[in-house]
Design a protein around this ligand. Structure first.
Ligand code: ADP
Length: 407
């Protein structure tokens, strides 16, 4: 089935057109800077060169039309009519407590996504905007919402409750939700496919290390703990997000720096993490290059990031009573041998032995074992593919089949 996967930000629409039978991407691209004087429009058809142009795009609905125009263009020969697209899969960041699976979008689902606006003010409003724009442009096909939080629905109360008055959970649903669920789900399923260990008896720690980063403990196929919490701000130090803090620091900063709440929000989300620590960059490649040139603060930012990896891996080994595999994914996890090595250094005592040569020589974009043969815990690089999970879920729901291709 040909499925259009859509991921909307406040001023961007990313898309992937995926043929689900053979799990092949037909075309991908994005429209950025929607509403600005010139938007940037990029397309990348499979087996053809990328294209890029700039023009004014007023809103998300027009961005969707731009994408459809490109796919329908006779010269590009990607689809003949909009009817070739059989379903649309929408990435939705926050499903609150309501959604433990992907769902066919109707008015009730849209209301629920809107109710979660307060929980994810940066993500859910543009996600809903994207749904409404796509429904307008492709009105006759099923639209399916796939939630970043859904995979973490299995967290037990001792992992999702915070140590604050319980009424705040009951009244306002303040709890750990967790994010990057489709990625943690996908890479763990890829690992099960590789091994003959039964899923029910397999314990995995999945490290999604990109600009946003989270680590998840997966026991018997279910997420049982994860580093992100009520919002994607918590857990590990990330590109620009602070990760976990002593909450008293917030009161202290407000007082000492005379900050308004919205400035504090922006500081913690956009100017903290690796960027804040280094004072130089949020991008790991830039930090590694500058640290190699002798910049002490860049090296410190890297050290904090790697120490975070080690702390989460160690604590999830403890809470799960062991671990069969550690999986690395996303931009940093897939591409940086240095961060993988530093994040798992000196963990031999826990049965974690990285093979330095395999780690260094891992081929980009391939599932690769990087542990030694004697390591009690497997270590793998598993390239993520969140869009494929979204496409397959959308196809499954659109065809009303309950058969999941995933184990
Ligand atoms: P997101 O999807 O969260 O925006 P990505 O998964 O694309 O992020 O990851 C982006 C991060 O991956 C950046 O910090 C980037 O520097 C890092 N990255 C990509 N390639 C490498 C590499 N070869 N070495 C180190 N870091 C890398």
């Amino acid at each position: 089935m040909l499925v259009l996967v859509i991921n909307c930000g406040s001023s961007s629409v990313k898309y992937n057109l995926i043929q689900t039978e053979d799990e092949k991407e037909v075309c991908s691209g994005m429209v950025e800077r929607i509403g600005a004087v010139t938007a940037i429009i990029k397309h990348h058809p499979a087996n053809s060169p990328k294209t890029k142009l700039t023009k004014f795009v007023a809103n998300h609905s027009d961005a969707l039309q731009e994408i459809l125009n490109y796919l329908l263009d006779e010269d590009n020969a990607i689809i003949k009519t909009p009817d070739d697209i059989k379903a649309v899969g929408h990435r939705v960041v926050h499903g609150g407590e309501m959604f433990k699976d992907s769902v066919l979008i109707d008015n009730i689902v849209k209301d629920a996504i809107e109710q979660a606006f307060d929980l994810a003010p940066l993500h859910n409003p543009p996600n809903l905007k994207g749904i409404e724009a796509a429904e307008e442009r492709l009105p006759n096909i099923p639209h399916v919402a796939v939630f970043d939080t859904a995979f973490h629905h299995s967290l037990p109360p001792h992992a999702y409750l915070y140590g604050i008055p319980n009424r705040l959970y009951r009244r306002h649903k303040i709890r750990r939700y967790g994010f990057h669920g489709t990625s943690h789900y996908y890479v763990s399923r890829q690992y099960y496919k590789l091994t003959d260990k039964p899923k029910a008896d397999t314990k995995v720690i999945s490290c999604h290390l990109g600009n946003g980063a989270s680590i998840t403990a997966i026991d018997g196929g279910d997420s049982v703990d994860t580093s992100m919490g009520f919002t994607p701000l918590s857990g590990m130090v990330m590109g620009t997000r602070s990760g976990d803090l002593d909450p008293s620091i917030l009161f202290y900063i407000i007082e000492k720096e005379e900050l308004q709440l919205n400035s504090l929000h922006s500081m913690l989300n956009r100017h903290s993490g690796l960027l804040g620590l280094s004072g130089y960059a949020s991008d790991m490649r830039d930090l590694i290059a500058e640290a190699n040139n002798g910049d002490r603060r860049c090296q410190q930012a890297i050290d904090v990031f790697c120490y975070n990896i080690k702390k989460y891996v160690g604590s999830y080994m403890a809470t799960m009573n062991g671990c069969d595999a550690i999986l690395f994914t996303a931009g940093i996890g897939e591409n940086s041998a240095y961060i993988r090595e530093k994040g798992l250094e000196n963990l031999e005592v826990m049965g974690i032995e990285l093979d330095k040569e395999r780690n260094e020589n891992a081929k980009r974009g391939e599932i690769t074992k990087i542990s030694t043969d004697s390591s009690a815990t497997d270590i793998y690089i598993v390239p993520t593919n969140e869009e494929l999970v979204i496409a397959i879920d959308a196809a499954k729901i659109a065809s009303a089949s309950n058969q999941s291709p995933w184990v």
